[in-house]
Design a binder for this molecule. Structure first.
Ligand code: SME
Length: 169
């Protein structure tokens, strides 16, 4: 597994995401379990990219409430309402949200004061339901751009292939 998690630092961004996506697919081959997949994606993205905080907020009340899921980093906020903060905005709109400067984003929720930039992407299951958002924070201002959005969307596409239902009921 150590080989799977070799650092991607220094690689050109598109190449880094391509290698990271291949590593994740290899590690998770044959696994059809949302929790195992979220935990593995959080660990591999976090250590691969060297980000500050990397993890999932799960939809626990559709249209209303997110609750923290598998993550890597310092203690994260436990619950976030839809349309609160960057995560809630991504959940409510089902759109990726790129925040180059967290201090300029109205309603940004500061879980770790070192965070300067953030990207949040919706996670959709095989039924087209929003099951979570992936939140990644960086200490580097303007750390994320469209290349990150595209690379991460490719990694998250696996959740739309997971067959196991992930919402209660
Ligand atoms: N900054 C996020 C909250 C989550 S933490 O940073 C881990 C937000 O504004 O939604």
């Amino acid at each position: 597994l150590a080989e799977q998690m070799r650092s991607l630092a220094g690689l050109e961004r598109e190449a880094a995401y391509r290698i990271l996506a291949e590593q994740i697919d290899r590690v998770l081959e044959g696994i059809d379990d949302v929790h195992a997949e979220m935990a593995t994606v959080a660990a591999m993205v976090h250590h691969g990219l060297g980000t500050l905080w990397t993890g999932f907020y799960r939809v626990v009340e559709p249209g209303r409430l997110l609750r923290v899921g598998p993550y890597q980093g310092t203690l994260g906020c436990l619950e976030i309402a839809f349309s609160h903060g960057v995560c809630g905005t991504a959940a409510a709109t089902r759109q990726a949200v790129l925040v180059p400067d967290v201090n300029a984003f109205p309603g940004h929720i500061a879980c770790d004061a070192r965070s300067r930039a953030e990207i949040v992407l919706p996670v959709v299951d095989s039924r087209g339901e929003l099951i979570a958002v992936l939140d990644i924070d960086s200490e580097t201002p303007a750390a994320f751009d469209e290349r990150d959005r595209i690379g991460l969307e490719r990694i998250l596409a696996r959740f739309a292939r997971t067959r196991r239902p992930s919402l209660p009921g």
